[in-house]
Design a protein around this ligand. Structure first.
Ligand SMILES: [Zn+2]
Length: 372
């Protein structure tokens, strides 16, 4: 396909903006050599981006030649995007800026119901959050909504969710400013978008989302693979114990029963941070629960590793707390492995909290930057 002169200009502008956002502050000469364009071109692109309020002059940087170099810096808060992660009992909301930084987050209680009353209430909560975070609709690139279920390819419908008891396709939009685009995401895929954000060579990995329900997403060569039915990576419904307890999907012994964050949060009165604090303080019952949790997780991870032979990233609510327990988890996984005597392929998600809400928002930041 032929690329028009206009496209080249737009691509240059996008590349320059990405480079400035990433560095925060860069010399014009450096940008010119990095992008392979002339200084006058850089000056023009900077002027265009500056007119859009996305970059500003940033004084001078010392240059090796003695002369000072004119610098430009990003205005990362010129745009935001918002993510809303819907769970059975909560809404987790996150606002991120052009750099992908989390500027505000909240997690109010709101029980999901497939009703207009819930939509109205969730919309009011989201509008209140945006107002409190200083995100005006005209400065918001879009609102991503993350849900624990299967999402249609075009991101408009929740096809099915056992967790939310949605059995037939449901269109979900929130009553927000009509100019704001909205899109639905599977929660694990949204968490995975956060993991992918800003990585230059993400390679291939499996993102295991350990939240109140378990999900996952498969990334091959930097791209998420959705599968034939948008359900690639549904690790929660992999059978770990054939004669085990019944899963909420109606089948027996699925990993969700063992991997759900609720196994840990419930005994601690609903707060995961309390569970880990008490387990780490040596309370016997909590230590035992954690040990059982890690054993199931190790088995699941070894199975994934055996099938996929790639890194496994531990995300979701539980992932944020696993740091101190990673050596023990790795040792258990290694003991189950037929091929290797370590489990260094297991790593923690880069963002420890609000991965799903942030990921749903980052989709719109990426889209905004692509269209700059
Ligand atoms: Zn199941």
């Amino acid at each position: 396909m032929a690329i028009s002169a206009m496209d080249v200009k737009r691509l240059n502008r996008e590349d320059l903006f990405r480079a400035v956002v990433k560095r925060g502050r860069a010399a014009r000469a450096e940008l010119a050599s990095m992008l392979g364009v002339s200084l006058p071109t850089v000056a023009r692109l900077v002027r265009e981006l500056s007119d859009m309020g996305l970059v500003e002059g940033a004084g001078e940087l010392p240059s090796t030649g003695g002369r000072k170099a004119a610098a430009v810096s990003a205005a990362p808060d010129a745009r935001f995007a918002v993510g809303v992660d819907v769970t059975r009992n909560h809404l987790s909301m996150a606002a991120v800026n052009l750099k992908g930084e989390l500027k505000a987050h909240e997690r109010p209680v709101l029980k999901y119901e497939p009703t207009d009353a819930w939509r109205e209430e969730a919309g009011a909560v989201a509008r209140g959050f945006m107002e409190g975070a200083g995100v005006a609709p005209e400065r918001c690139a879009g609102v991503g909504i993350s849900l624990p279920g299967i999402i249609s390819e075009d991101g408009t419908e929740l096809l099915r969710s056992h967790v939310l008891d949605v059995r037939k396709p449901a269109r979900i939009t929130l009553p927000l400013d009509p100019a704001l685009p909205q899109r639905l995401f599977n929660d694990a895929s949204a968490g995975c978008l956060t993991e992918l954000w800003g990585q230059e060579e993400p390679g291939s990995f499996f993102y295991l989302s350990l939240s109140n329900s378990v999900g996952g997403a498969l990334v091959i060569d930097g791209r998420m693979v959705p599968g034939d039915n948008q359900r690639s990576g549904e690790a929660g419904h992999v059978c770990l114990r054939p004669a085990g307890t019944r899963c909420y999907c109606g089948k027996d012994g699925h990993y969700d029963l063992y991997g759900s964050a609720l196994n840990l949060a419930d005994p601690a009165g609903g707060r995961l941070e309390d569970f880990f604090e008490r387990a780490e303080a040596g309370e016997k019952a909590f230590e035992r629960t954690l040990s059982q949790y890690l054993s199931s997780l190790a088995l699941m991870c070894v199975n994934l590793r055996m099938l996929l032979d790639c890194g496994i990233v531990l995300g979701g609510y539980v992932g944020g707390f696993l740091g101190p327990h990673l050596p023990r988890l790795r040792a258990r996984a290694a003991a189950l492995d037929a091929f290797q005597n370590n489990a260094d392929y297991l790593r923690l998600a880069r963002r420890k909290m609000e991965g799903a809400a942030a990921g749903a928002a980052l989709h719109y930041i990426e889209e905004f930057i692509r269209g700059v």
